[in-house]
Design a protein around this ligand. Structure first.
Ligand code: NAI
Ligand code: MG
Length: 496
């Protein structure tokens, strides 16, 4: 039985009281597209459009870049402590507007309201974290011979572009914008066309917090019409891209043309290694959350269960029961799991499942599309678990980006390590065992940007995050995330 929070369901029929912005945010104000065009965003929980937004193109990008160049000139000269104050006020404003942001995120992306609230509070924490870093960007002094001084200082890289995906709209926007602004850069964000609203609301809150006009611009629209001209613009000094490998490679080619720096956060096919001696119940709960949170649409989702043979049967049986009990529904109704983000994403996932069925795969749970019980609408996929597949199977190798867990059975811990490393991705990995040494041997030997031991998704904004292999390069979060937005200048002087 789903809980039905009082007051929230009115947004299913009328989202107008959220006052969602309809324009780009350029030079401190909301503006229509130069072309006058707009497009609609869907609520995937109902499969219906619920709000209009501006459909930008190269002309709007040109306006945003020229505004951001001016904004950068102002912001880089703003005293670091003042920058910190603006970011702290932004964190405060995000908290004051948390419910509006969470409802907008829930409607636009489909995620359950509880997850959306968590994302919003994480975004506030991200601004708070980087607020504190603004006035602590210290350089170094180098040991030159007497008669010389040598030192380095961090300078902001300039105008930074942020291409944001639809799975974590406000989190990804905050994760890129906050460190860029802390370093003294200006930002232009291009949110995904499926989820444009929270980036716009964030830009408005930054302005309310005192960010000068032009330091944060947001242009909405499609990847081809707005994203491509942004990353190819010669006025951009850095690109942070989060999304698919194919689009990331495309963006890298555009960056190469102008020798623009970039950080690439691409996909994953992350293993959750569960050994025989694990805490069984804790491992079950973590494996479930790792793949079914946000219906598996998480770059770091634990989408492969690498399970040691001794507990395999009992573990997958328990997991399948748990998956079958997961409630589906519109995000505002606080289900266990919401829809996937679009009809296209649903159909992509179903393609993987249909092909697997043709290859004879055994489904331990789910495997089909679904709709919300209350409306018969929406883009849902049942929580799905597929029994052990060979290493070269598409379900083992490809990012499905949906609530689909593939099992891989391991003979022992060494075999588990081999299986964990068997894809072209290297974003995260989970390890569940009570054996301290084993856990740390696996953490050492797994090729991934981060390894979670005995709690999947452990960590916070303090911990750097990013991928190895085709999961990308560069790190976000933590103080390391700040370095992407700084360039080192070394100064050496002969002083006699
Ligand atoms: P995508 O990678 O094409 O889109 C991500 C962002 O890039 C969006 O803002 C989009 O508008 C923008 N974009 C698209 N083409 C662009 C271009 N030529 N230049 C600049 N920006 C561009 O991902 P899409 O098509 O939404 O989803 C396809 C698949 O990608 C998903 O099924 C999923 O497997 C994967 N994906 C992975 C994500 C992750 O965090 N690892 C996030 C989103 C998608
Ligand atoms: Mg939407």
């Amino acid at each position: 039985m789903l809980t039905q929070p009082d007051g929230l369901l009115k947004y299913l029929t009328d989202a107008s009281s959220l006052r969602l912005p309809q324009g780009h945010f350029i030079d401190g104000e909301f503006r229509r597209s130069r072309s006058g065009r707009s497009m609609q965003s869907e609520d995937p929980g109902r499969g219906e459009a619920f709000a209009d937004f501006a459909r930008g193109d190269a002309d709007d990008i040109a306006d945003a870049v020229s505004s951001s160049r001016k904004g950068f000139a102002v912001w880089r000269r703003t005293p670091p402590a003042d920058r910190g104050r603006v970011l702290n006020r932004t964190a405060e404003l995000i908290r004051q507007n948390a419910e509006r942001l969470a409802i907008a995120e829930c409607l636009d992306s489909g995620k359950p309201i509880g997850e959306a609230r968590g994302d919003v509070s994480g975004a506030a924490r991200t601004f708070e974290y980087y607020a504190g870093a603004c006035d602590k960007l210290e350089g170094q002094v180098f040991p030159l011979p007497s008669g010389y001084v040598g030192f380095s200082q961090h300078e902001p890289v300039g105008v930074t572009a942020h291409i944001i995906p639809w799975n974590f709209p406000i989190s990804t926007a905050a994760r890129g914008m906050a460190p860029a602004l802390a370093a003294g850069c200006s930002v232009i964000a291009k949110p995904a066309e499926q989820t444009p609203f929270t980036a716009l609301l964030l830009a408005e809150l930054l302005a309310q917090a005192g960010l000068p006009a032009g330091v944060c611009n947001v242009v909405t629209g499609t990847g081809v019409e707005a994203g491509a001209p942004l990353v190819a613009h010669t006025g951009i000094d850095h690109v942070t891209f989060t999304g698919s490998v194919a689009t990331g490679a495309h963006v890298m080619r555009a960056c190469a043309e102008n020798v623009t720096r970039s950080v690439m956060e691409l996909g994953g096919k992350s293993p959750v290694v569960v050994l025989d001696d694990c805490d069984f119940d804790a491992a079950i709960a973590n494996v479930t959350g790792a793949i079914f949170e946000h219906a598996g649409q998480i770059c770091s989702a634990g989408s492969r269960l690498v399970i040691e043979a001794g507990i395999h049967d009992r573990f997958v049986e328990t997991l399948a029961k748990k998956a079958a009990a997961i409630s589906l529904g519109h995000g505002l109704r606080s289900p266990d799991m919401g829809p996937v983000n679009s009809a296209a994403q649903r159909d992509k996932i179903l393609g993987f499942l249909d092909r697997a069925r043709e290859r004879g795969a055994e489904f331990l749970a789910g495997g089909l599309a679904a709709t919300a019980a209350e409306s018969g609408k929406g883009y849902f996929i049942e929580p799905t678990i597929v029994a052990s597949r060979p290493q070269d199977d598409e379900l083992v190798q490809e990012e499905i980006f949906g609530p689909v867990l593939t099992v891989q059975k391991a003979d022992d811990a060494d075999h588990a390590l081999h299986l964990a490393n068997c894809t072209r991705f290297g974003l995260v990995a989970g390890v569940f065992t009570r054996d301290f040494s084993r856990a740390h041997q696996l953490a050492r030997d797994i090729d991934a940007g981060q390894v979670y031991i005995n709690e999947y998704f452990a960590g916070g904004i303090e911990v750097p995050f990013g991928g190895n292999k085709q999961s990308g390069f560069g790190r976000e979060k933590g103080l390391e995330g700040l370095k992407s937005y700084c360039k080192t200048k070394s100064i050496a002087a002969r002083i006699g």
